[in-house]
Write a protein that binds this ligand. Structure first.
Ligand SMILES: O=P(O)(O)OC[C@H]1O[C@H](OP(=O)(O)OP(=O)(O)O)[C@H](O)[C@@H]1O
Length: 181
């Protein structure tokens, strides 16, 4: 089951996983299971795959969904420019000012490689006074230094999809086609 995941030209192709009949439910269940009691008020999702997994994750967690767009949003928004991502591109990220001071916010995305977009998003969350609970990722390749910078709140953590975090971290153990070429 869930055999669709592949690395394509160095990119984690989570779209193929989501296109399988049982894919979206399995992915979203895996992303949210360990956050069920975390009190998340808002899920922040990064355009574009973060919308596909973050929206359903917000439904499951009973939280609001806050999009981070690589472009303008209507109304009052905050913006920042990310460091270079895995393609060497710096993105101008925009988020609506929805979470309030102290709100526990979970960042949900399919994949973090350099972590530059996650770091920029974390900065936007904290600029609003909200608290970053952590990151829920399908594929976690965060460099250690970025991981440490992301996890400033004492209880914050990065949790990967899959029991025991064994699936898509580094070697992607157990997944045919899941090993990074
Ligand atoms: O860790 P980083 O190197 O900063 O990159 C991680 C981001 O890259 C991917 O999105 P991508 O920009 O490829 O866009 P997409 O979701 O629109 O396909 C992924 O969905 C993350 O959001």
């Amino acid at each position: 089951m869930l055999a669709g995941f592949r690395w394509v030209d160095g990119h984690a192709d989570v779209w193929a996983l989501l296109a399988e009949g049982r894919g979206p439910a399995a992915v979203v269940r895996g992303l949210t299971a360990s956050w069920a009691d975390a009190g998340t008020t808002h899920v922040v999702g990064l355009e574009a795959r973060g919308f596909a997994v973050g929206g359903p994750a917000a439904v499951v967690l009973g939280a609001g969904f806050v999009p981070v767009r690589k472009g303008l949003l209507p109304g009052r928004s905050l913006a920042t420019t990310s460091a270079e991502d895995h393609r060497g591109v710096r993105h101008e990220l925009h988020v609506q000012a929805v979470p309030g001071p102290g709100d526990p916010v979970l960042l949900v995305d399919d994949w973090a490689e350099r972590g530059s977009q996650a770091e920029a998003t974390a900065e936007l969350v904290r600029r609003q006074g909200a608290e970053l609970l952590g990151l829920a990722l399908v594929v976690d390749e965060l460099p250690d230094a970025v991981r440490a910078a992301l996890l400033q709140e004492p209880a914050a953590s990065v949790r990967r999809w899959g029991a025991g975090g064994s699936f898509f971290s580094g070697g992607c153990a157990g997944w045919p086609g899941g090993r990074r070429p």
